[in-house]
Design a protein around this ligand. Structure first.
Ligand SMILES: [Zn+2]
Length: 436
């Protein structure tokens, strides 16, 4: 039985069912996916794979927020026309799909775009208005926070404290500063027609409406990055639970942040890396392995030096399994112990620790080695293919450094030669010396 840490209850919980419904918040495709996205979708891919491995069918739905202020802004900057936002969305949805697939994430069958589901969103908003949980104000529609007393239960905050902390965004006609937009009015003829005039949906409503459309009113697992806990997930709960009067999701799962120099990686701080940039230097499987060296809820400190360490470990694992045939089933206490780590809130570091600790025993038993390989490939999603060495183009700059280093070595100037080796390494060139 798989236990997952439920942010809502603060306890590890499980769902006993042969079929589970899982919703994970997707990206807003206005730019390439960064390393934080990679981490999130690898984490949920492993959860998805683990359930499948144990014979549980998971219907996994992940959305694309393909209409949003950021998309409109980007279209305005690039084309001078914000209504060409769908071209931006298409480009970055393709980029996202390439990146997560390189990371070994299983392609999803349910991956709805918001713009294909506007009717369902309008319907959800209409129902909220009829039930007295939302109100229209000059073409905009807001969720009425006062009608949902449990607001704040996921992020463990009180409405009074939240009100005090909220930046006053006095859009005309809001009853309470915490009320959030379900529908945003736009000039006549733009975007979509609705009972409240032309406009487009607010951000939060899409996940409630899409989960309802593709999975149902109640789901088993709802996931996303920790940055979505508040207000996004809190608002999703308010929308869905006030309408259907029962828990939206049983288990809320949040993955931790990626930090750089101990600071949260974020676009606004300028300290972030796009996945495709990282893939230029490292094989995506090394990046995936690097994520799995950490517990999905723990923060990950990201650096290229740490990726080098991950690469060495990963290459070792690839060598161990190079000639090993995949096993199907085999009863063994070491195998059970390793599976137990994964079933206990996806403890991948615990799993890897056990693997290295009992490596000699595992290697001594061919059948055990085969089933352990299956965990690496089927659950952790690591292909275990040898890493292709990146081809280095010898530029005139690199040639000059190589010549200079050769001379330094002939002159036995080891310090300078080491300095040059490091400079070459930073350019992607590894030098292997022969004795002189
Ligand atoms: Zn969401």
């Amino acid at each position: 039985m798989i236990q997952l840490m439920n942010t809502l209850s603060g306890k590890k919980e499980s769902r006993a069912s042969k079929k589970l419904l899982m919703y994970v918040c997707g990206v807003t495709p206005y730019d390439h996916a960064h390393i934080g996205h990679g981490r999130c979708y690898v984490a949920f891919d492993v959860i998805y794979r683990l359930y499948s491995f144990l014979g549980v069918e998971v219907v996994y739905c992940r959305n694309f927020t393909d209409i949003d202020d950021k998309l409109l802004h980007r279209a305005h900057i690039e084309f001078g026309d914000r209504l060409r936002y769908h071209e931006i969305a298409q480009r970055y949805i393709e980029s996202f799909t390439r990146d997560v697939s390189a990371l070994g994430c299983i392609p999803l069958r349910v991956e709805p775009r918001v713009t294909d589901n506007i009717a369902q969103i309008i319907d959800f908003i209409e129902k909220l208005i009829s039930a007295g949980h939302a109100y229209e104000s000059q073409g905009d529609v807001y969720f009425d926070i006062e009608t949902f007393p449990e607001y704040g239960k996921l992020s463990k905050q009180k409405t009074e404290d939240l009100c005090a902390g909220v930046r006053v965004d006095i859009r005309e006609g809001k009853k309470n500063s915490l009320d959030f937009a379900l529908w945003k009015s736009e000039p006549e003829g733009q975007f979509w027609q609705s009972p409240w005039g032309y406009g487009r949906p607010g951000w939060h409503i899409e996940c409630s409406a899409l989960a309802k459309t593709y999975l149902g009113e109640h789901i088993d697992i709802h996931g996303g990055g920790l940055d979505l806990l508040f207000p996004h997930h809190e608002n999703e709960i308010a929308q869905t639970e006030s309408l259907y009067g029962a828990p939206f999701a049983h288990i809320w799962v949040h993955n931790g942040f990626v930090t750089i120099n101990k600071e949260k990686m974020s676009k606004s701080l300028g300290n972030f890396f796009m996945l495709h940039e990282v893939f230029e230097k490292f094989d995506p499987m090394v990046v995936r392995y690097y994520f799995l060296m950490h517990h999905y809820r723990a923060p990950i400190e990201f650096s290229f030096e740490l990726l080098e360490v991950a690469q060495k470990n990963y290459e070792k694992i690839v060598r161990i399994f190079a000639e090993v045939e995949l096993g199907v089933t085999y009863k063994h206490p070491i195998f059970d112990a390793m599976m137990e780590f994964l079933c206990d809130d996806i403890n991948t570091p615990g799993f890897l620790g056990t693997f290295f600790e009992y490596l000699a025993d595992i290697q001594a038993d061919k059948q055990l080695l085969g089933v352990v390989k299956a965990i690496f490939t089927d659950i952790l999603g690591l292909t275990l293919q040898p890493i292709a060495k990146k081809e280095v183009v010898i530029t005139p700059e690199i040639q000059q450094l190589l010549d200079e280093r050769k001379k330094a070595r002939q002159e036995k100037n080891w310090k300078y030669s080491d300095e040059l080796r490091d400079r070459l390494k930073s350019l992607g060139v590894e030098v292997h010396d022969e004795k002189i």
